[in-house]
Structure formats: C-alpha cells, structure tokens
Design a protein around this ligand. Sequence first.
Ligand SMILES: [Zn+2]
Length: 209
Amino acid sequence: MQELNETTEAFNFVGNRLCLDFTNTLHDRGTETERDHFSTYASLARWSEGAKILSAEEVQALLEEAKRHPEEAALVFRNATILREAIYRIFAALVREDSPEVADVQMLNTAYAQAMGRACVVQQGDTFTWDWQGKETALDRMLWDIVRSAAELLVSQDLSLIRECAAEDCSWLFLDSSKNHSRRWCEMKGCGNRAKVGRHYEKTQRKQI
Ligand SMILES: [Zn+2]
C-alpha cells in the first residue's frame, strides 16, 4: 500500500457528513492502487483539523500529548483505522441494500457509548452547547465526534441518500444532497471526469472501427 504525502496532498471533504469523510481517507479501497491518507497518529490529528473537529491549537496540544504517550497514540491510531473500516462496511452495506454485519454495529455502539460517556453541556452566554469532558488530553477525542456523526446518520432520514461513488475502483461514500438526487461521483473533477474521458475515448474508438 502506498502512503500519501499528507503535506502535499490536501484532504478531501466531499462526503457531506463527518463520518463519511472519515471513511473516504482510504482511496481505492480493496484495489491494487489502495492508498491511505492515514499513516500515523499525527495524520489522524491533522485530518481532524481539516474536518474542523479540532482547532490548530488543539491539534498541537494532542501531538505533544502523543509524544509523551507514544504507545497510547499508536493504539488510538490503530483503533481509529479499525473503526473507520467498520463504519465504511456499515454504510456500504446499506447503500447496497444489505444488512450491516452485527459485529460492525456492535463496534460502533461500543465506541458510541464510550464517546457519550464524555458528552456534556456547557453554557455559552444565554444558551447551552454540546462539549466533551476531558477533551484536552484525550488522544482519541476526534473519534467521539466521528462516532456520534455515524450514529446520528444511521438513525436519520438521510440514510437513503447515501451513495457510493460510481467509479469502479473508488469506494468513497457521500450523502447526495443534489436537488434531484442524481449525484453519481465522489467528485466531478476526479472520478466524474475520468468517467467522461473514458466514455469519450470509447466513443472515438468505436467510430474508428
Ligand atoms: Zn470516486
């Protein structure tokens, strides 16, 4: 598996939901060209900043915490990638109108229960907002937002709008928020364009025969 250079290749956020964007950090899943945006705990933390779960300062603090506890950071990273694949399998199964594996849903539920054990409300002026207890030093805190996003999507009306990119070698998931629900590609400039070029190539080849 190749590793992407996280500093030169920007993360993509085309999934329309945090949990789907999280699954889209693996490109061409299950194919020969599979490559992973995540290589270390640091890449997971930086992605979380791009996904707007963490601020730059929070990432910096977590990276310093990870340096103090490298084994724990490695474990969080490993668990994050395992959880990512479970979330992917759940939604990919639903897109194909299959039932997700019970073990995957259980894994999500366990992670969700752990996350919600940290949930709290804090007052901001006249209103209250959700927050997380002990988030400053918890290396796995980005996973709390991700599993909450997955659980909320599963019980939402939007479930039927989840699609998998129509390109054969692309496993990216997205929520189709287009007006007539006709979005087929993760990105028009990526897979959509490749398909157009492919169709054009096929047509011109056929004409030549
Ligand atoms: Zn795609």
